[in-house]
Design a protein around this ligand. Sequence first.
Ligand SMILES: [Zn+2]
Length: 65
Amino acid sequence: MDLQRGFPTVPRPNEDIIEALTTCCVCGGKLVFKHETDFLALQVVEKGCCPACGIKTKENSFILQ
Ligand SMILES: [Zn+2]
């Protein structure tokens, strides 16, 4: 058995994390992300929301370098 062939028995942690971050925890729908850039504060705010049930996810901010 060659496990390096990419069969589903081999988990892909990165994709799992991305899927968990982009999936609504309430209805399982696809989240939509908006990025708002505040150039004065040199900050990007990431806001996620679910169009199906309207839930909003935690905001993430990034400081621009
Ligand atoms: Zn939802």
